[in-house]
Design a protein around this ligand. Structure first.
Ligand SMILES: Nc1ncnc2c1ncn2[C@@H]1O[C@H](COP(=O)(O)OP(=O)(O)OP(=O)(O)O)[C@@H](O)[C@H]1O
Ligand SMILES: [Mg+2]
Length: 279
């Protein structure tokens, strides 16, 4: 097959550009020039990047960089003052959390918003219970919840009828993530999912994050933890004082460069192999 990179003189009729694929080949969700002010505080300034399907995009930045404001803007909790969202390449408005959830965006907040007194099945179906002949269809909900957890290889939970209060931090995080999968979300955003976890539980949750992306979901992971980021991220977005200072494949960065970018906005270092890149 010939390529279209030849000289325009010898190739006067280059083939037409292919029609843009969903998300113009880049983002399931694309941010274009998103800005958000709180009075005099410029929390987000002209933020543009893409969140592609099938990849883990890590969002990293120092305290106050604007990570939470950015998540809340995508989740419909804050409205941007300026800029645009594209969903599968088409402009969309995300005016409230319902708009976000209708698009297929699920946010797993750090506090998880699970109900301690309810069991796993009840939590996963909260607000969207299945009803059959005026009664809850417990059997079908239990089956779906069990299948979703098994499909994500969440195997440490003893009973899906145990109250969430009795779960470990990692298991709780897994239930919150499985809930997003159960509802066919296309983009799952996680705010510091391993912040409160020990080593084994962190590994479990990061494994789950990876599996979500491998299933074709777009995942955005917000984290302070450089180990987590380099363990699981395909792409890294660095935010500093509300501005994007880098959007790069993880393989083109290492920990020291990311620290430079987070703190000063630039880095003149070359990537040191093994210092972060490589999952
Ligand atoms: N509701 C609000 N009203 C006013 N200012 C706000 C509000 N929310 C955030 N800010 C400001 O916006 C900036 C970004 O805050 P944000 O919470 O997004 O930071 P962050 O990157 O999540 O930091 P951290 O790592 O500490 O969670 C900060 O200067 C913060 O004070
Ligand atoms: Mg925050």
């Amino acid at each position: 097959m010939s390529t279209s990179t030849g000289s325009p003189v010898t190739d006067p009729t280059p083939p037409p550009a292919p029609p843009p694929a969903a998300g113009a080949g880049e983002g399931l969700l694309s941010l274009r020039g998103i800005s958000k002010n709180f009075g005099a505080v410029q929390a987000l300034v002209d933020v543009s990047f893409d969140i592609p399907s099938g990849q883990v995009t890590a969002l990293i930045g120092d305290n106050g960089a604007g990570k939470s404001v950015l998540i809340k803007t995508i989740a419909g909790i804050h409205s941007p003052d300026d800029g645009q969202f594209l969903w599968e390449g088409k402009p969309v408005h995300i005016r409230n959390p319902m708009d976000a959830s209708n698009l297929g965006i699920e946010t797993v907040h750090q506090d998880l918003a699970l109900c301690d007194n309810l069991d796993i099945v009840q939590n996963m179906f909260l607000g969207r219970e299945r009803v059959e002949r005026l009664a809850l269809d417990e059997e079908s909900m239990e089956k779906s919840a069990g299948e979703t957890l098994a499909g994500l290889a969440v195997t440490t939970v003893r009973s899906i009828r145990q109250p969430v209060a009795s779960l470990s931090g990692g298991q709780r995080q897994s239930v919150a993530i499985a809930k997003a999968v159960l509802w066919n979300s296309k983009l799952v955003i996680m705010d510091e999912p391993t912040a409160a976890l020990g080593v084994a539980q962190t590994a479990m949750v990061l494994g789950l994050v990876r599996r979500l992306a491998d299933r074709g979901l777009a995942v955005m992971l917000v984290s302070h933890n450089m180990n987590d980021v380099f363990e699981v991220a395909d792409r890294i977005v660095v935010l500093r004082l509300g501005r994007v200072v880098a959007v790069k494949p993880a393989a083109e960065l290492d920990r020291q460069i990311v620290v430079d970018l987070m703190t000063t906005g630039v880095s003149t270092r070359a990537v040191t192999p093994g210092k972060g890149a490589g999952k």
